[in-house]
Ligand binder design. Structure first.
Ligand SMILES: O=P(O)(O)OC[C@H]1O[C@H](OP(=O)(O)OP(=O)(O)O)[C@H](O)[C@@H]1O
Ligand SMILES: Nc1nc2[nH]cnc2c(=O)[nH]1
Length: 185
């Protein structure tokens, strides 16, 4: 079956958050995060690929602007793989940096049912991280989130629909749209 092209769904999609709103939310998050991190050792800033990349980049600059240095690494754990519903989590890449004794700040695009971030957080703790906090651009509003995970820093809320743009894919397309859209209800 040939994939549905982005151009076929975008005209009917609903704009949920525009670029200015998202950029403003990221600035606010940077203010919140900056206040929580003091000390000599920079936090280990772990981008959750692929979706977290645009958000993480912007957040990192906003934190740098506020005088918070970060050490970068990344990981890739995925359970959607271009689909609109989640399956088993697959680890495609783990960070090369040791997490032992480090303050870890995870940056991801969306907290939906929470399986991904819960597994990542537990893994970071098992690796000996001193503290693991999570920043997400968006949280999806529903009551299906697993217990034990909550993002400390949340940019915006999105409705209980499949969303894409600003890092999030529609069948591996649309990640570089500078806004968040929801598929037609
Ligand atoms: O809260 P959950 O229901 O677990 O879903 C959230 C996860 O789903 C997306 O990743 P995806 O598996 O699509 O990988 P990708 O970032 O490579 O697209 C997103 O980037 C989050 O990491
Ligand atoms: N692109 C995208 N990825 C997700 N991962 C979990 N929920 C979503 C969603 O609504 N959109």
């Amino acid at each position: 079956m040939s994939p549905v092209r982005l151009g076929e769904v975008l005209p009917d999609a609903e704009l949920i958050h525009d670029r200015a709103t998202l950029e403003q939310a990221i600035q606010r998050l940077a203010d919140e995060i900056r206040g929580d991190y003091e000390g000599d050792m920079p936090p280990l800033f772990l981008t959750v690929m692929h979706g977290g990349m645009p958000f993480a980049s912007q957040l990192a600059f906003a934190l740098g602007e506020r005088g918070l240095d970060l050490e970068f690494d990344y990981l890739h754990a995925t359970r959607y793989r271009g689909n609109t519903s989640g399956a088993r989590l697959a680890w495609l890449h783990r960070p090369a940096t040791s997490l032992r004794g480090r303050r870890v700040l995870l940056a991801d695009d969306i907290l939906d049912e929470g399986h991904t971030l819960l597994a990542i957080k537990r893994w970071c703790e098992d690796e000996g991280a001193a503290d693991v906090r999570t920043a997400v651009l968006a949280v999806k509003i529903h009551d299906r989130c697993v217990e034990g995970i909550e993002a400390e820093y949340v940019g915006v809320e999105v409705p209980d629909r499949y969303v894409f743009g600003y890092g999030m894919d529609f069948q591996e397309q649309g990640r570089n749209l500078p806004a968040i859209y929801a598929l037609k209800a």
